[in-house]
Structure formats: structure tokens, C-alpha cells
Design a protein around this ligand. Structure first.
Ligand SMILES: Cc1cc2nc3c(=O)[nH]c(=O)nc-3n(C[C@H](O)[C@H](O)[C@H](O)COP(=O)(O)O)c2cc1C
Length: 233
């Protein structure tokens, strides 16, 4: 399978090693493409060109396109990042801002509906749920139904070189379990109830907005082209 990995930090700390422990179980026979913060587009400039004029008009399309393409080519998408200020770090949020044009309220790509994602996080002690939710929310709104999370509170360990054996073992157990869950994943056949419901509401919304438009917006044209709504008003 193809695996796309988005790393939220470039340092080879606990996040890096956690992600490596996970990938160790999947390296054989799988193609892995990784991205680091230096590959991630700079902060969104707020021009709204992606929504209104087309994604190719984004001023950061050169750095954004390879990541989005790798996500579309992947069977499994991996996000690995530390918790910063109780949330996902800015590197990850910057990518999420750039790809939210593919949320179901805008122009979802049906190839996303069948994919699986894992979110790997760690913190010095805080719960990881809110930081994982930043990515999970985005992926759900893009129409992904299979999303697994794996978080670890390091209870004071902040440097990989000083980490206790007990904590290495804990990370090994968690990442091994996670790898087992996704090692043989197949493309998702049906949307989860939550994604199906959100998509249904989006279709209704687009249908309603289309009635008010002389020329369909890019979002509505995308819904029409995919046969999700009818061009007739
Ligand atoms: C800017 C910054 C903000 C952080 N915020 C939190 C936080 O809110 N809660 C927490 O438990 N740990 C926080 N941490 C600690 C990291 O999540 C933790 O040390 C993690 O293991 C770092 O992973 P790394 O070794 O891959 O960098 C923060 C670290 C940094 C650098």
C-alpha cells in the first residue's frame, strides 16, 4: 500500500521515534512518502482564491500540491506530531488550512472517502484528545470515515535520549497495536453514519445555494460534475 506521512516536527525526538516504531511494522512491501514542516506551505494568506477561483490559484500551490497529491495517492495517511499548547502544532494547522477547500462543504475529493488515517501524538503530560481532534475534525469533514488515534502522555520525559525503558516499552506496545489495526486495511466501502449525514446535509445546502446562483460557484459545479446534485434548478 501507499503511505503518506505528515510529520509536525523536524526534530528527531519522541514524536519521530514513535512514528518510526509504528512504521517499522509497515515498511515491508509498502511505499512510504514523508513530509516535514519545511515541506508544508507557509501560513494561508487568506486570499480565498482556492474557494473562489480554483486551488491552482493558491499562492502556495507549489508546496501544497505535492502533499495533497501524496494524500490522494495514499491508502493510509499518517499524521505524527507533538502536542503544543494543548493542540496540534502550527505546522499541522497550516496544512489543514490549505486543504480545507476539500471539506465536504466545499469540494470534497471522492478518493478521500475510502482512505484510512492514523493520528500519532504525544505530550509531556496533557491529554492528547484536543490536539488529535484538530486533525480528526478536518479529515472527517473531508469525508474520511476510518480514523485511528494513538496518543501518549510522557509523564515528564521530554528528551528521547533520556527516556525511561518503561516509556519506550509503553510506546512500543501502543504503536505495535496501532500498526496491527491498519496493516491489512482495505478501501472503505461505505461512509460512516457521521460522514454520510454530514455529506447529506452538504448536498442539501449546495442544492439550496444553486437555486440562488446564475452561474454555479466552483463548489456547486464540483457537486454537479460528480453527480451529487442536479444542474437543474
Ligand atoms: C511549544 C511547545 C508547547 C508545548 N505544549 C504542551 C502542552 O500544552 N501540554 C503538554 O503536555 N506538553 C506540551 N509540550 C511538550 C511536548 O508535547 C512534549 O515534550 C513532546 O513529547 C515533544 O515531542 P518531541 O520530542 O517530538 O518534540 C509542548 C512543547 C513545546 C515545544
Amino acid at each position: 500500500m501507499n503511505i503518506a506521512v505528515i510529520n509536525g516536527t523536524k526534530i528527531k525526538g519522541i514524536t519521530y521515534h514513535m512514528k518510526e516504531m509504528f512504521l517499522e511494522h509497515l515498511r515491508k512491501d509498502n511505499q512510504i512518502t514523508e513530509f516535514y514542516p519545511n515541506d508544508i506551505p507557509p501560513f494561508c494568506e487568506g486570499c480565498k482564491s482556492c474557494f473562489l477561483r480554483g486551488e491552482e490559484k493558491c499562492p502556495h500551490i507549489v508546496s501544497k500540491a505535492p502533499i495533497w497529491q501524496a494524500i490522494l495517492n495514499a491508502d493510509l495517511v499518517v499524521f505524527a506530531y507533538p502536542v503544543y499548547a494543548l493542540r496540534a502544532p502550527a505546522s499541522i494547522k497550516s496544512l489543514l488550512d490549505h486543504i480545507c477547500v476539500h471539506w465536504m462543504v466545499h469540494r470534497p475529493d471522492p478518493r478521500i472517502f475510502i482512505k484510512t488515517a492514523v493520528i500519532i501524538t504525544n505530550s509531556v503530560g496533557a491529554p492528547n484528545g484536543s490536539a488529535q481532534k484538530d486533525v480528526k475534525t478536518s479529515l472527517t469533514w473531508m469525508g474520511m470515515s476510518n480514523i485511528f488515534t494513538c496518543g501518549a502522555g510522557m509523564m515528564g520525559d521530554i528528551f528521547w535520549n533520556d527516556i525511561s525503558d518503561k516509556h519506550v516499552k509503553m510506546l512500543d506496545t501502543k504503536t505495535r497495536k496501532l500498526a496491527r489495526k491498519v496493516a491489512d486495511i482495505k478501501p472503505r466501502q461505505h461512509k460512516s453514519l457521521k460522514v454520510a449525514l454530514l455529506f447529506f446535509i452538504c448536498k442539501l445546502m449546495h442544492k439550496g445555494v444553486l437555486k440562488t446562483e446564475e452561474t454555479p460557484s466552483l463548489d456547486n459545479q464540483h457537486y454537479i460534475d460528480n453527480g451529487w446534485i442536479s444542474a437543474k434548478k
